[in-house]
Design a protein around this ligand. Structure first.
Ligand code: HSE
Length: 330
């Protein structure tokens, strides 16, 4: 890639970036559809200090906020740390020590794109502070390194939703491409996060339960639904988007990992949701609506449903978001 360190920093500098929560898959679009959500955002403050010897970097990760105790601070096992290490190696940034302070607002491990948001914010912070001029595709490739910390593999759907905001289609083969579509302005989402314990590397666990092969009939069904979603976004037609949110491959395999899934789906649809899906790899779920006014009814129904099962939950009524933002650089 012909990367070189043409930077010339002499003193302490810092850059602060925010990146929003996201949902992935939207039913049939496994690993392909991402949607930025304005429910929450992670904030990453990257501090760099030049040091005399051009040798091993010190990367210190400090995390505060939502679920921070469950997140490893070892850079090899942290989504921001993985992104940082890769960029440092590729751009020969060995003359610096780094502090990455993460303000975690997005609960980690619940399917709201928490690791993606921190990874995106970290990649953008490095790009900005060192003026690396990394293009969007390569930048998302770095951010996707961070997903290995929770999913065991790179996947780009949450990353793309968090970086660009809006609705994003991820094309992987033969090369990576991101196709963005502005969502209808009234599209409203209610995300329900069950307060249950989630396994470490939750996404990896949730990927392992998926079938390795898919019958042609199911493939056709999901493909037609995915196309309907895309057509709905292009036509600004919320009902059409919601008609496509029906997944006969991933949802049946994963729903057993989500307590009360059937009841939650049924009651949310009865309360006015136009569609209902697992948010990313779960265990959060997401209801789709055509107006914010109806959001509280669905949200209350979700809480009641989980209440009857003695499971606590948090809900977020939200809209599609803008992408990652630079808050400050100095
Ligand atoms: N596409 C990913 C998965 C999203 O479903 O495993 C994880 O948030």
């Amino acid at each position: 890639m012909g990367k070189s360190n043409n930077t010339n920093k002499t003193e302490y500098q810092e850059c602060v970036i925010s990146a929003p929560s996201s949902t992935a898959n939207l039913g049939p679009g496994y690993d392909v559809f991402g949607l930025g959500l304005d429910a929450l955002e992670d904030i990453v403050r990257l501090k760099i200090m030049e040091k005399p010897e051009d040798n091993l970097n010190n990367i210190k990760i400090k995390i505060k906020g939502e679920g921070s105790k469950s997140i490893p601070t070892d850079p090899d096992h942290n989504s921001s740390g993985k992104v940082a290490k890769r960029i440092i190696a590729d751009y020969n940034l060995h003359k610096y020590d780094f502090i990455i302070e993460i303000e975690k607002n997005i609960p980690p491990g619940y399917g709201m794109g928490s690791s993606a948001a921190s990874a995106v914010a970290t990649a953008v912070a490095f790009n900005n502070i060192f003026k690396l001029e990394i293009n969007d595709i390569e930048l998302l490739n770095y951010a996707a390194e961070g997903e290995i910390a929770s999913a065991g593999v790179k996947h780009y759907d949450n990353i793309a939703g968090s970086f660009f905001g809006d609705f994003v289609i991820v094309r992987r083969f033969p090369k990576i491409e991101f196709i963005k579509i502005k969502p209808p302005k009234d599209l409203t989402l209610v995300v329900c996060v069950p307060l249950i314990e989630v396994p470490k590397m939750k996404t990896e666990v949730a990927r392992k339960v998926l079938p390795k092969e898919v019958p042609l009939k199911k493939m056709v069904q999901n493909l037609s639904n995915a196309c309907t979603i895309v057509a709905g976004f292009f036509n600004n037609d919320i009902q059409m988007i919601c008609n496509g949110i029906d997944d006969c491959i991933i949802e049946p395999a994963r729903q057993k990992l989500i307590p009360g899934f059937e009841q939650l789906k049924e009651s949310s649809l009865q309360a006015g949701a136009l569609a209902f899906a697992i948010s990313g790899a779960g265990p959060s779920t997401i209801a789709f609506l055509n107006s914010k006014k109806k959001g509280s009814r669905v949200s209350n129904t979700m809480k009641e449903t989980y209440g009857k099962l003695n499971i606590g939950c948090k809900t977020f009524i939200c809209n599609p978001s803008n992408g990652a933002k630079t808050i400050s650089i100095k």
